[in-house]
Write a protein that binds this ligand. Structure first.
Ligand code: NAP
Length: 251
């Protein structure tokens, strides 16, 4: 049974692996045996330590995915490390908060650029490589705001709806060619991204009370879903958005 979920010998590229959910996913994939290439805009020393702490191998690639041409260069650099990439986790993401009527063009484009445009570009570049190998797993990190509207985060919501749509679109084209494309939609997870919400006592209490499991999620909570979607266990799963949300979408 273990071999069904084993990532032994697989190379995983994880964006936004310096902290938060991406770091948790990188460690989870390493625990299952994958060699991890982590991406961030700055040093990923902490993640390297954590991955090595579970007996894994870690490579760091610094890339600002908001920059033109960054995804193409990152794909080439990642493939050059071992000659292939078997798993891509499109996790890097940003959020900007403001009332919709005051939301600036700059904030709109910044969020769409990282959360949506870079996800497509990197999927296309690594996808081409996976199609040549007739094998690969792409996991996009969606959100509860791939379904719901959220508050004061119009660009984030638009981008995460796009991530869910892109996941299905790519799955339709690539699932018959050996490449599985799926997404994980995390619920409310305790990371830097959600720190401002947790600092708001009233909002924090409301959100916690609406989570059937009664607590915010942690980066470790995503590890099982990530290993499943990266492994042979999910070979007949395509275009699926897997909620890991403590039951939020059912409440
Ligand atoms: P986080 O703690 O703020 O971490 C964001 C990660 O993305 C960091 O590693 C950051 O790298 C990287 N990143 C940001 N901009 C980048 C860029 N231009 N180029 C390359 N890397 C960049 O966020 P998180 O909560 O872990 O979120 C990770 C993903 O999960 C995001 O897509 C987010 O939308 C999604 N998500 C989060 C939650 C939640 O409740 N936290 C819920 C649903 C979905 P640096 O450290 O170098 O800046």
């Amino acid at each position: 049974m273990n071999s069904l979920f084993s990532l032994e010998g697989k190379i995983a590229l994880v964006t936004g692996a310096s902290r938060g959910l991406g770091q948790g996913i990188a460690v989870g994939l390493a625990k299952a045996g994958a060699e991890v290439i982590g991406v961030g805009t700055r040093s990923l020393e902490d993640t390297k330590k954590e991955v090595e702490g579970v007996g894994g191998t870690f490579h760091e690639l610094i890339s600002d995915l908001s920059k033109e041409g960054a995804a193409e260069k990152l794909a080439a650099d990642a493939i050059a490390i071992n000659g292939r990439v078997d798993i891509l986790v499109n996790n890097a993401g940003i959020i900007r908060r403001s009332e919709a009527e005051n939301f600036s063009n700059q904030d709109w484009f910044d969020v769409i650029n990282v959360n949506q445009h870079a996800v497509f570009q990197l999927s296309r570049e690594i996808g081409k490589h996976m199609l040549e190998n007739e094998s690969g797993k792409i996991i996009n990190i969606a959100s509860m705001l791939s379904y719901q509207g959220g508050l004061k985060v119009p660009a984030y919501t638009a981008s995460k709806h796009a991530v869910a749509g892109l996941t299905k679109s790519l799955a339709n084209e690539w699932s018959s060619k050996g490449v599985n494309v799926n997404a994980i939609a995390p619920g409310y997870m305790a990371t830097d991204n959600t720190a401002p919400i947790r600092e708001n006592e009233e909002r924090n209490a409301y959100i916690t009370s609406r989570i059937p499991q009664g607590r915010w999620g942690t980066p470790e909570d995503l590890q099982g879903a990530a290993v499943f979607l990266a492994s042979d266990a999910s070979n007949y799963v395509n275009g699926h958005v897997l909620n890991v949300d403590g039951g939020w979408m059912s409440s």
